[in-house]
Write a protein that binds this ligand. Structure first.
Ligand code: BDP
Length: 332
C-alpha cells in the first residue's frame, strides 16, 4: 500500500508507540536498542547488523546494547521507517527504495539506471552525494551511519522471459512501496502493485501478481525463484541500503560514544559488502542450478530509454533531484 497521507499514518504509528509498554521505554533509557531487519539468519545484512550491535556494546562499555529482530517481525518497512522517526525502535537496516516518502531527496537513488555499476554506486554514496542524503535523512529523524550493498535488481516472473519492454505488457509486477516504482513499471508497459515483501511469495504462487523484481540474494532467500522461475537481467535498480539509527537514540549518546558507534557501523559495512559479493555469486549459482530460466539482456537501451518520463516526473515532483542527478551522472 502506498501511504497517501503520511501525517495520518504517522499519527497511527505514534499511537502504536505510545501504547507500547512502559517497560520498553524504561529499557530504552538504558540504551537497550531494538533493531529492525527484514532478512533472516545468515543474510549479509543480518550478519552485519548483529556484528554492529555487538561491536557497539563493546566500544561503549555496554552503554549501548541491544538486539536485531529479523524477518520484519516488528512491522513492514514503511512502518519501521516511521517507528525509527519517532524513536519506537532505535536502529534498522533499510533499503533506500521505500525511504522516498519520508525523505524525498533519497528518491534520486530510486531512479532506474542512475548508477552505472555497483562500484559507481559506492563512489557516489561514499562521497558528497551520500553525505548530502545523510543530512536530508537526519532532518527527518533518521541518522544514516553506513551504507550497505543491495546489489542490482532485475525483473522475474512466472511465465516468460522479459526480452524487451513489450514483454511486460499485461504482466502485473509487485514493486516496493514507492510511487516512483509504479511509474517505472508502467513506463515499461506493465502493471504494478506495491506490496510488502512478506506477501510476495504467496502472491506469485496464487497469481495475484505475475512477477516481481529483486537482486539474486533476495530472489534466492525469499524462495521467489521457486514460483517465478524466469529471471531477466534488466538490472534497472542498484539500490543502496543503510544502517540507520533514530535521532532520539543518537542524541542520547555522548559525542565520544557517537564516534565509537559510527566506527562500529562503518566496520559492519565493510563486512556486509564483502559478504554481499560472496552471497551474490552463491545465490546466482544456486538458483540457476535449480532450473531458473535466465535471460541475459545484452542491450538494455530500450529499457533505459523508456525511463525518460520517469525522470521527468520525479524532477517535476521534486526539483531538488535535478542537482543530485547531475552530481551522480558526473561522478566517474
Ligand atoms: C531486498 C531488500 C529489502 C527489501 C526487499 C523488497 O534488501 O530491504 O525490502 O528487497 O523487495 O532486496 O521488499
Amino acid at each position: 500500500m502506498i501511504i497517501k497521507n503520511p501525517t495520518k499514518k504517522l499519527g497511527k504509528t505514534l499511537a502504536l508507540v505510545t501504547a507500547m509498554s512502559a517497560a520498553t521505554f524504561a529499557s530504552v533509557a538504558q540504551a537497550d536498542w531494538k533493531g529492525w531487519n527484514i532478512h533472516n539468519t545468515g543474510y549479509p545484512v543480518t550478519v552485519a547488523m548483529d556484528s554492529f550491535i555487538k561491536d557497539a556494546e563493546k566500544v561503549t562499555d555496554g552503554r549501548v546494547s541491544g538486539r536485531v529482530y529479523n524477518g520484519a517481525v516488528l512491522g513492514s518497512q514503511s512502518d519501521a521507517i516511521q517507528m525509527l522517526q519517532v524513536g519506537g525502535i532505535q536502529f534498522a537496516g533499510f533499503n533506500l527504495g521505500p525511504m522516498g516518502d519520508a525523505v524525498p531527496e533519497v528518491n534520486v537513488v530510486s531512479l532506474p539506471f542512475i548508477f552505472k555499476s555497483l562500484d559507481h554506486m559506492h563512489r557516489v554514496m561514499d562521497g558528497p552525494v551520500g553525505d548530502q542524503l545523510s543530512d536530508a535523512m537526519a532532518k527527518k529523524g533518521i541518522i544514516s551511519l553506513a551504507w550497505y550493498d543491495g546489489g542490482a535488481r532485475s525483473f522475474y516472473n512466472t511465465s516468460k522471459p522479459i526480452k524487451t519492454p513489450a514483454d511486460m505488457k499485461g504482466e502485473k509486477f509487485r514493486v516496493m512501496n514507492n510511487e516512483l516504482y509504479v511509474g517505472m513499471v508502467e513506463a515499461l508497459g506493465g502493471n504494478a502493485t506495491p506490496m510488502a515483501y512478506s506477501e510476495v511469495y504467496q502472491s506469485l504462487k496464487t497469481g495475484v501478481v505475475d512477477g516481481a523484481e529483486n537482486n539474486w540474494p533476495s530472489y534466492d532467500s525469499s524462495n521467489h525463484f521457486e514460483v517465478a522461475p524466469y529471471y531477466s537481467l534488466t538490472e534497472h535498480l542498484i539500490l543502496p541500503e543503510c544502517l540507520c539509527v533514530s535521532v532520539k537514540a543518537w542524541n542520547g549518546l555522548s559525542s565520544s560514544d557517537q564516534v565509537a558507534v559510527k566506527k562500529a557501523a562503518r566496520d559492519s559495512s565493510t563486512l556486509q559488502r564483502k559478504l554481499w559479493a560472496e552471497r551474490d555469486t552463491e545465490s546466482r549459482k544456486k538458483v540457476l542450478a535449480s532450473g531458473v530460466k535466465f535471460n541475459e539482456i545484452k542491450d538494455k537501451s530500450a529499457f533505459q530509454n523508456a525511463m525518460k518520463p520517469v525522470y521527468a516526473k520525479a524532477v517535476k515532483d521534486n526539483p531538488s533531484l535535478k542537482t543530485f542527478i547531475d552530481q551522480i551522472q558526473n561522478t566517474q
